[in-house]
Design a protein around this ligand. Structure first.
Ligand code: SAM
Ligand code: DTB
Ligand code: SF4
Length: 330
């Protein structure tokens, strides 16, 4: 069985990351098959419950108030609208529903109470509920857990070294603390990053190094390809090649054999063949629905074609099963 290690060196990770790509895919596919049914792909749907007007300066983000993008500011949605969207996502095959808010952090106010009601409502639909609301304290994480939250997403985004070229309004350490708070509240932890933001291969290796050496591997690791949005500082970044996505996914799969590896933002510009390589390299989860948070994602018929062509099927929801019972990454 694959060993769960937390003492990886950067050199060891670089050695994996730099293997000849076909060899790397083969090894990652082998690890994937030892730990998962390769025909199963977990499907999540995202919903932006509060959009735009964010005070942070994340260079990739269309929702930061300081950049002039086409995103329209929208206040927090109503609970009923959110629950209806969750029902629709369930009907379309999602097992997880992820609520995203353009907040720097969670505050203890009426809006947070409303989010707690949304979490209760969506979990009653029978979906795993995930939130991505920015930084949060351990107490807030516990309140979310009590309301029925399954997972919390908070990405490292990039390496510690590259981080200050991307965000100045919060630190790497702040991010790690939020992950710790989510873990302490026994939430499933979802954390990964973005490639294609001008970082070096060393930075990608550095981010994987931090993720794999956390006290527990994240249960889910999103690998996003930057979606360059007009008006953001990264609007002119070239698209990452499929081989870079594949290297990142395969290395994550080998390092974190029992975690879900999510092929996240960027699918809109990938062919079925490109995505097939990502699944072969160990990705076993995607975001479905025609929108991510604010940018487009493949249409329903495109994803139906993807699933049919590759004979893959959506994974069932684990809502109601406690995180500790799932033979995952601890
Ligand atoms: N405001 C909260 C936060 O930053 O934690 C939650 C929402 S934020 C949009 C969630 C994640 O989406 C970011 O950490 C980043 O990894 C990803 N993301 C945002 N804009 C992106 C883009 N243009 N391309 C790829 N990923 C992006
Ligand atoms: C993650 O890693 N990617 C998702 C989710 N977690 C919240 C968000 C991607 C956002 C892409 C840009 C947008 O649509 O606004
Ligand atoms: Fe705000 Fe999150 Fe976008 Fe950063 S990534 S600007 S915190 S919404």
């Amino acid at each position: 069985m694959d060993e769960i290690r937390h003492n990886w060196t950067r050199e060891e990770i670089a050695e994996i990351y730099n293997r000849p790509v076909l060899e790397l895919i083969y090894q990652a596919a082998t690890v994937h098959r030892r730990n998962f049914d390769p025909q199963e792909v977990q499907v999540s749907t995202l919903l932006s419950i509060k959009t735009g007007g964010c005070p942070e300066d994340c260079a990739y983000c269309p929702q930061a108030a300081r950049y002039h993008t086409d995103v329209k500011v929208q206040k927090l949605m109503e609970v009923e609208e959110v629950v209806n969207a969750a029902k629709d996502a369930k009907e379309k095959g999602s097992s997880r529903f992820c609520l995203g808010a353009a907040w720097r952090e969670v505050r203890d106010n009426k809006d947070f109470d409303k989010v707690l009601d949304m979490v209760k409502g969506v979990s009653d639909v029978g979906l795993e509920v995930c939130c991505t609301l920015g930084m949060l304290t351990e107490e807030q994480a516990m309140k979310l857990k009590e309301a029925g939250l399954y997972a919390y997403n908070h990405n490292l985004d990039t390496s510690e070294e590259h981080y200050d070229k991307i965000i100045s309004t919060r630190t790497y350490d702040d991010r790690l603390k939020t992950l710790e708070h989510a873990r302490k509240a026994k939430l499933s932890v979802c954390s990964g990053g973005i490639i294609g933001m001008g970082e070096s291969h060393q930075d990608r290796i550095g981010m994987l190094h931090t993720l794999v050496n956390l006290p527990q591997h994240p249960d889910s690791v999103p690998v996003n390809a930057l979606v360059p949005v007009e008006g953001t500082p990264l609007e002119n970044q070239p698209m990452v090649s499929i081989w870079e996505m594949v290297r990142m996914i395969a290395t994550a799969r080998i390092l974190m054999p029992k975690s879900m590896v999510r092929l996240s933002a960027g699918r809109i510009r990938m062919s079925i063949e490109d995505q097939a390589l990502c699944f072969l390299a160990g990705a076993n989860s995607i975001f479905a629905g025609e929108k991510l948070l604010t940018t487009p994602n493949p249409e329903k018929d495109k994803d139906q074609e993807l699933f049919q062509t590759l004979n893959i099927r959506p994974m069932a929801s684990k809502q109601g099963v406690s995180v500790e019972q799932i033979p995952h990454c601890h």
